[in-house]
Design a protein around this ligand. Structure first.
Ligand code: NAP
Length: 230
C-alpha cells in the first residue's frame, strides 16, 4: 500500500473519486498521523483559505483579531490559525455556535443575534469576515488606524471598495482568489499534529447522499465542514 495523503485539488475538482491522478506539485502532503481520513479531508478547504489571508496579513502575537463567521469552514480555521500565531481572537457567531467557537480556542465570542460588533466601541488589528454579513464601510469603523480587513467572501463590489480603501487610507482591505502549494498543506499538517488545528465536522454523508450533502452545505449554516465518506 502507498502513502496516505490529504490535500486540496482546487479547481481541478475530482476529490470525490476513489482514484485521482495528480501532478507532483499539487497541494498534497502525508496525512497527519493523529487524524482519521475524514478528519484530514475536511481541513484543506478552510485551512488553505484562512492561511492564505492570515499569512499575508502577517498577524503578530498580541494583536486583536475578529473573525466573523467563526463557526464556518474558513472561520473555524481562521480562529485556530490566528490563535496559533499568538493573537487575541474574538469570534462572531450565533447563540447556538458560541460553545463551538470557544472550544476551538477563541478568547471571546460575540453573539451576532444579541450584539453588533460595529457598535461596541472595540477596535481590532485584523477583521476577517468569512461570510460578508456586514457592509465594508460599517465594519471598517471597528479597525485600528493601520488595521487589515480580510474579506474572503467578497464579490466584485467589495473588491472595488476594498481596493479604494487600501489606496486612500491607512487601512488595508484584502480580497481575491486564494492560492496555495504543497508547503501550505505541510504547514497545516504540522499544526494538526501539534494539536493546534482541529477539524470541525458538522455532518458526514455517504457518496450516495452527495446531492443532499451539497444542498446542506449551500444553505450557508453548516458548523465547520461537511464530510463525504467514500
Ligand atoms: N477567496 C477565496 O478564494 C475563497 C476560497 C474559499 C472560500 N471562499 C468563500 O469563503 C466563504 C466562507 O466559506 P465557508 O465554507 O467557511 O462558509 P460556511 O462554512 O458555509 O459558513 C457558514 C457559517 O457562517 C455562520 N454565519 C452565517 N451568517 C453569519 C453572520 N451574519 N455572522 C456570523 N456568522 C454567520 C453560520 O453560522 P450560523 O448559522 O450560526 O449563523 C455558519 O456556521 C464562502 O463565501 C466561500 O465562497 C473564498
Amino acid at each position: 500500500m502507498g502513502d496516505f495523503v490529504f490535500g486540496h485539488t482546487d479547481m481541478s475538482f475530482g476529490a470525490y473519486a476513489e482514484y485521482k491522478c495528480l501532478s507532483e506539485d499539487t497541494s498534497i502532503a502525508l496525512k497527519p498521523s493523529n487524524m482519521t481520513h475524514l478528519e484530514a479531508a475536511v481541513i484543506p478547504f478552510g485551512g488553505v483559505t484562512a492561511w492564505h489571508f492570515i499569512k499575508k496579513a502577517a498577524i503578530k502575537p498580541g494583536q486583536k483579531v475578529l473573525v466573523v463567521g467563526a463557526s464556518g469552514a474558513v472561520g473555524s480555521a481562521a480562529v485556530q490559525l490566528a490563535k496559533s500565531l499568538g493573537a487575541h481572537v474574538t469570534g462572531v457567531s450565533s447563540t447556538a455556535n458560541m460553545a463551538l467557537v470557544k472550544s476551538i480556542g477563541a478568547d471571546k465570542v460575540i453573539d451576532y443575534t444579541k450584539e453588533d460588533f460595529t457598535q461596541n466601541g472595540e477596535t481590532y488589528d485584523v477583521i476577517f469576515d468569512t461570510v460578508k454579513s456586514i457592509s465594508v464601510s460599517r465594519s471598517l469603523k471597528s479597525l485600528t488606524k493601520k488595521g487589515i480587513m480580510i474579506l474572503s467572501a467578497a464579490g466584485m463590489p467589495e473588491m472595488l471598495q476594498g481596493a479604494w480603501v487600501s489606496r486612500t487610507s491607512s487601512k488595508k482591505v484584502m480580497t481575491g482568489v486564494i492560492s496555495h502549494t504543497a508547503s501550505d498543506i505541510t504547514f497545516l499538517k504540522g499544526l494538526m499534529e501539534a494539536g493546534k488545528l482541529k477539524p470541525v465536522i458538522d455532518r458526514t454523508y455517504s457518496l450516495d447522499q452527495i446531492a443532499e450533502a451539497h444542498a446542506y452545505a449551500e444553505k450557508g449554516r453548516k458548523k465547520g465542514n461537511v464530510a463525504i465518506e467514500v
